[in-house]
Design a protein. Structure first.
Length: 424
């Protein structure tokens, strides 16, 4: 198969091309930068080139920066394998881009896998194996599954996953390149719902169709840790993946149930489709127990975040202004998009219950107004007050249908931001 060369130019196309921003001549395609937003323009151009049936390209020329090459690759990617982007630049730039590609491809593969292929335990196992292959003896882990979760008081993961024949699981992974007794610098927590039917608060068929992506948070933080390790991370990091299938059965958790968490917080279930925060509550408590200075969780948590920031940004929340600033700086450094949404102490109390300390949502469709902030407020109850905490609601992690910027499926948007946060 012939490889198409892709060049960048700041010159306008020849008159016969009209206002086209991509032109073709033989085995060359040329992207004509117009100066407005080169990153967005290049990603959109990559989609146009890919839509021509072109599957192999070689980037050529001096105008290709690392960021421009990366967004081109993001636009060129598809859920189906068989495409290839050849990098340009010096060896260090090519190696960095290849490390990014390996991590993003791993995340995409996990998210795009069918729910039948990826059970909760398999998700935990695949994440642990991939990171062990990268980190070798610096990585150790355990997988707690099924009834053992209850014995260790991880009641949220157990409750959400008990309706499935395939057991829920919590992956606890430790990357420690420093040595015995080293403090934990960062703890990562990922939502790993391998399929979300909504439980007894059943989703529509259309709403259920893409719910294989509901473990996007787990894939994002795992890929980010692997990328950081590949690029020289030298600090101790713990990873917690909260994995379950949210299905309907005679054993499934029900509306009106009350969960008593390890920290004593009681939670009334008013919506079984607000399950992500229930499993993350366990992961955040485990992360808090690690003594980590910074806790980062990532989750495809709320439709409210998508409504607020669209699927072009990931929404971020933190009680600490300096943590929000750090997240914004990290995202900007790798040309990803984040946007902060409100989180105040009173958000902890926006889901009241007459029977428990809090409900897991509001008993209205979509959780009501301010749903993304209300979910963040719920999670805050389970974070150590001594830790800095960043919550990422991954509004940009998945595309239901192909768009001008992305192919259908997982985007891996957010992996670079978390990896950059780990380096700082």
């Amino acid at each position: 198969m012939q490889v198409m060369n892709v060049l960048l130019t700041q010159q306008s196309p020849a008159e016969h091309w009209g206002k086209a921003d991509v032109t073709y001549e033989g085995q060359n395609s040329v992207i004509h930068l117009n100066g407005a937003d080169p990153l967005r323009q290049v990603q959109m151009a990559a989609r146009k080139i890919r839509s021509q049936g072109i599957s192999q390209v070689q980037l050529e020329g001096e105008l290709w920066t690392v960021d421009l090459q990366w967004v081109f690759a993001q636009g060129f990617a598809s859920a189906k394998p068989g495409y290839q982007v050849g990098w340009c630049g010096d060896d260090a730039e090519k190696q960095l881009l290849e490390h990014r590609l390996v991590a993003a491809t791993f995340a995409r593969k996990l998210i795009n896998d069918t729910p039948e292929e990826l059970s909760p335990v398999k998700l935990a196992q695949q994440a642990a194996q991939w990171l062990t292959d990268i980190g070798g003896n610096n990585v150790s882990y355990s997988i707690i599954e099924g009834q053992e979760l209850l014995e260790k008081k991880w009641v949220g993961i157990h409750a959400v996953g008990r309706g499935s024949e395939r057991p829920p699981a919590l992956l606890e992974l430790d990357f420690n390149p420093i040595g015995e007794g080293a403090p934990v610098d960062v703890a990562l927590v990922g939502k790993g719902i391998t399929f979300d039917s909504g439980g007894y608060s059943l989703k529509s068929s259309e709403g259920m169709l893409t719910m294989k992506c509901d473990m996007g948070g787990a894939a994002t933080v795992t890929a980010a840790l692997g990328l950081a390790m590949k690029t020289g991370l030298n600090k101790r990091v713990k990873l917690y993946l909260c994995c379950a299938e949210n299905l309907v059965s005679g054993h499934a958790f029900k509306l009106g149930d009350i969960l008593t968490y390890k920290n004593g917080t009681t939670v009334e279930i008013v919506n079984t489709d607000a399950e992500g925060r229930l499993v993350l509550a366990d992961g955040l408590q485990a992360a808090s127990e690690s003594g980590a200075k910074l806790i980062i969780d990532a989750a495809t948590l709320t439709g409210a975040a998508v409504m607020a920031v669209s699927n072009q940004y990931n929404a971020i929340f933190s009680p600490q202004a300096e943590t929000i600033k750090l997240a914004q700086e990290s995202a900007a450094a790798v040309s990803e998009n984040v946007w902060p949404l409100p989180l105040d102490p009173w958000h902890k109390d926006t889901c009241p219950s007459a029977y428990a300390d809090t409900a897991n949502s509001r008993p209205v469709k979509g959780g009501g107004a301010g749903g993304a902030s209300n979910a963040a407020g719920f999670l805050w109850r389970f974070v150590s007050p001594e830790a800095n905490w960043l919550h990422i609601d991954l509004a940009a992690a998945f595309e239901n249908n192909a768009s001008a910027l992305w192919g259908a499926g997982a985007t891996a948007h957010g992996v670079l931001t978390v990896a950059e946060l780990l380096k700082r």
